[in-house]
Design a protein around this ligand. Structure first.
Ligand SMILES: *[C@@H]1O[C@H](CO)[C@@H](O)[C@H](O)[C@H]1NC(C)=O
Ligand SMILES: *[C@@H]1O[C@H](CO)[C@@H](O)[C@H](O)[C@H]1NC(C)=O
Ligand SMILES: *[C@@H]1O[C@H](CO)[C@@H](O)[C@H](O)[C@H]1NC(C)=O
Length: 823
């Protein structure tokens, strides 16, 4: 939108010439507007209410259908009166109130009323001039009902006697045109015009009077105007015939001029007129009186009959009238008179402060209007004149608005910057107008301007991202955390609604994990989490406002699941008690500190909950073996001696460090022996203290049979093994799990070779039916394999030897597997 006031300017001829659209033109017309006309209509005074004067829509090329929407209206300059109105449906300019030409313009020959036609959206101003045509609505009126005229009987034919003219408020043709004197033998009437254009009449003596014959004559004088229908006024001229000679008084000047400032106090002398009379005595006594005086002047001035002094008797207001003309008649004792004119000029005093009119205001204004948008029109008027009328208009500093001068004391209120309702939602705009009088007068007007909201702020989360921590095994529905976003916009434009952005966690929709409360932003869990399944996931939460279109932003919520010690240690080696039988061979020559085996356990938890410690809780010979607290390595505490029992049994407990801690136990069977031939004595490997002799014998017998069988198998295997060059692992049905699966502490077993440094052997005893959950494999070194010996026994062979009865049926394959040792 053009930032400036649109002014369409029409020359008086009303040819529709669109002229200006730019500021410099506006400036030009500020200077020129008074000289030229605007859209001008001519209208007769006293038209009936509702009479159509013209059609502004047509004449200005406006869209008549939009007049209502654009709030078209007509204001009269400097007045609250509404003489004209506009029909917003069709653009007709209508008479809204009685227009009396005489009231507005008096005797002025041209009577123009000025109006402003105002349109909004966009703001537009047109000036209308209404030329008010006179109608003959006033009859001629003589100042007095009776004119008294004293005439000497000696008066000669042709003598002239002045008669004050009749007045007609109308002008031109409608004013007094001629006088008709009643038929009579003595006088005729002659109309005269003074240099200044005033009309008056003279009674001319046509035939001498004779006092003896007729002492007085009454004549009817009729003044008629030129209107149609014609109007007239009459006066009676009362001629009294005198019998003495006399001189009429003579004014010192034909026209007196005086000047007084407006608001002069009462009794201020204006001027003193004076007329002298050549006669003596009562004939020379001059008295003064107003011969013609408008109603207005009558209230303002008085004339001293004797002295001829004019005084102020009312409130003189320049704005009501700047010039008064009065006629004064001087009369002598015999009634002979002459007339003079007094022109009283009123000088302006700066007594009217400027008045600020808010002609139009777009309120509220949306906050997104671009700088330079026009939001209002202000008009300033000062009833004083000239300098006192020059007005400067200003607006207070600290607002993003300015006043742009436009045509003739009109100003556009224009935004100077971007508005932001979230910063300032209301402005109190104060406009001050000061005139250039001395002293200057000023006035100010304050109005409120509201800024309407636009949905220009997306909700903003208070944090860049959120982190939520939740213990695993949480109850579904528990509160996880809460997110908050703020939107400073107004009402629904600032109402925040939260929602989850679609996404997947572990290929399940995120909504199956958490939910968010749309109003509060509180995030709840939907299911129970398992730290061992996943430790963290991300959720994207969107905050959207309710504007249209809505604005939104999103934030990431990182959900961290905290470990709870819900997994007990899992012993990988040896297999948990009761599920299998394992035995370790310990060379008889082993020295103190030798590594004989290692308990290997894992814990699915993490951190402290997975920090394992190993303890021997029970052993055959408590002084013989120790276990590394955290390594799980079983070492001899001293050199093995002959007196040591060949069969050693340890029960190892593995505990994690959780709160409370969980544990698992396993049994470890150790055989102090150098070769397998002694294996039959395995039967004694049992820490069962209540072994009876009978059981011992039974076991020995069984072991002997088993050993025999074992040897047989070894031989068979050995033969088979020789046929096959390649070594083969004796994992029967065991599932090989990649070593990467192992917890880090497992690496030492086959990596750095803590075992290899002492005895490099490994032993497995697994149960075939359970191998599917067995998650451990050792990487075998090819170099060591050819030398190794593998021993296979049927499960039943060992079942009774090692088992404690109950578990034996479940026992699967038993492998004893030992490597060549290089010491
Ligand atoms: C504006 O003026 C009104 C009344 O004078 C007042 O209540 C309001 O607080 C003012 N507003 C501002 C923004 O100054
Ligand atoms: C919200 O903003 C839209 C424009 O984005 C505006 O039209 C509407 O009036 C505003 N609502 C309120 C309540 O301010
Ligand atoms: C989330 O916000 C980022 C920047 O804040 C944006 O790049 C991304 O497109 C948004 N995502 C969605 C789904 O709205």
């Amino acid at each position: 939108m053009n930032a400036f006031l649109f002014v369409k300017y029409y020359p008086m001829t009303m040819n529709k010439q669109r002229v200006l659209r730019s500021y410099c033109f506006v400036f030009f017309f500020v200077l020129a507007s008074d000289a030229r006309g605007d859209l001008t209509y001519s209208v007769q005074e006293e038209l009936k209410h509702g009479s159509v004067i013209g059609n502004v829509a047509k004449d200005l090329g406006l869209d008549a259908n939009r007049l209502f929407a654009r709030k078209a209206r007509v204001d009269m300059e400097g007045s609250d009166r509404q003489y004209c109105g506009i029909n917003q449906r069709n653009g007709d300019l209508l008479v809204a109130e009685r227009i009396d030409r005489e009231e507005h313009c008096g005797e002025r020959p041209s009577c123009v009323l000025r109006f402003d036609l105002l349109l909004e959206n966009p703001l537009e101003l047109h000036r209308l001039s209404l030329q008010v045509q006179d109608i003959n609505d006033n009859a001629p009126v003589f100042p007095k009902d009776v004119i008294k005229l004293d005439i000497r009987e000696s008066g000669v034919k042709g003598a002239r006697y002045r008669i004050n003219a009749a007045q007609d408020a109308d002008i031109g043709q409608n004013s007094v045109q001629r006088y008709i004197l009643q038929q009579n033998p003595h006088f005729v009437f002659s109309s005269q015009t003074t240099n200044s254009g005033n009309k008056y009449g003279e009674l001319v003596l046509d035939k001498e009077l004779d006092r003896e014959e007729q002492q007085e004559i009454k004549l009817l004088l009729t003044a008629v105007d030129g209107g149609s229908p014609q109007k007239s006024g009459t006066v009676v001229i009362h001629v009294i015939v005198l019998d003495a000679n006399d001189n009429a008084p003579v004014f010192t000047e034909a026209i007196y001029t005086a000047s007084i400032p407006e608001n002069s106090p009462l009794k201020t002398p204006v001027i003193t007129v004076s007329a002298s009379d050549a006669d003596e005595g009562v004939n020379g006594e001059v008295t003064y009186e107003f011969s013609r005086l408008s109603d207005k002047s009558q209230k303002l001035f008085s004339l001293d009959q004797k002295t001829g002094e004019i005084q102020v008797t009312g409130v003189i207001d320049y704005e009501e009238g700047s010039k008064y003309e009065v006629m004064i008649e001087a009369k002598d004792g015999y009634g002979l008179s002459s007339e003079a004119k007094v022109i009283i000029d009123i000088t302006d005093i700066n007594d009217n402060p400027p008045v600020i009119y808010l002609k139009s205001l777009s309120n509220p204004i949306p906050e997104n209007v671009s700088p330079g948008t026009e939001v209002g029109i202000i008009n300033v008027q000062d009833r004083d004149s000239e300098k006192n009328r020059q007005v400067r208009c200003s607006i207070q500093r600290n607002v993003p608005f300015k006043l742009v001068p436009s045509i003739k004391n009109y100003y556009s209120l224009v935004t100077t910057g971007q508005l932001d309702r979230e910063l300032v939602s209301d402005y109190n705009i104060t406009i001050t107008a000061t005139d250039e009088g001395s002293p200057p007068l000023s006035s100010s007007k304050t109005f409120e301007l509201s800024v309407a909201d636009i949905n220009d702020n997306p909700p903003v989360f208070e944090e860049q991202s959120y982190s939520a921590y939740v213990n695993e095994n949480n109850k579904p529905g528990s509160t996880l955390c809460s997110v908050t976003a703020r939107d400073p916009d107004w009402r629904q434009n600032g109402t925040v609604i939260y929602s989850l952005l679609a996404g997947e966690v572990n290929s399940a929709p995120v909504s199956s994990y958490v939910s968010v409360n749309g109003d509060t932003g509180v995030i709840h869990t939907v299911r129970s989490f398992d730290y061992e399944q996943f430790r963290s996931f991300k959720v994207h939460v969107m905050a959207r406002d309710n504007g249209s279109p809505p604005l939104s932003s999103n934030v990431t919520v990182n959900v961290f699941i905290l470990d709870v010690n819900d997994n007990s240690p899992q012993i990988l080696y040896p297999a948990p008690e009761g599920n299998s039988f394992m035995t370790e061979l310990v060379p008889k020559a082993a020295h103190g500190g030798s590594l004989v085996s290692k308990v290997i356990a894992v814990d699915a938890d993490s951190g402290q909950n997975a920090w394992l410690s190993y303890h021997i809780v029970k052993s055959t010979d408590p002084g013989l073996f120790t276990i590394g607290l955290h390594s799980g390595e079983i070492r001899t505490q001293r050199d093995i001696s002959e007196s040591d029992s060949m069969k050693q049994n340890l029960i190892v407990a593995v505990k994690d460090n959780g709160q409370p801690s969980l544990s698992a136990t396993c049994s470890m069977y150790l055989l102090i022996s150098d070769n397998l031939t002694e294996v039959p004595e395995l039967k004694d490997i049992s820490y069962d203290e209540k072994n009876s002799k009978l059981t011992s014998y039974l076991i020995i017998a069984l072991v002997s049979v088993s050993t025999f069988f074992l040897t047989f198998i070894i031989i068979i295997l050995g033969v088979r093994f020789c046929h096959r060059r390649k070594p083969r692992l004796l994992f029967d049905g065991a599932v090989a799990i990649p070593s990467a699966y192992l917890p880090p502490n497992y690496a030492d077993v086959d990596g750095t070779g803590t075992l290899r440094s002492a005895y490099n052997y490994d032993a497995y005893l697994t149960t075939g039916s359970r191998t599917s959950d067995f998650k451990f494999v050792t990487s075998y070194n090819d170099n060591t394999l050819p030398a190794d010996q593998t021993l296979r026994k049927s499960p039943s062979d060992f079942a009774d030897v090692f088992g404690d009865g109950d578990s034996s049926p479940e026992v699967g394959n038993i492998y004893v597997h030992f490597f060549d040792r290089s010491y």
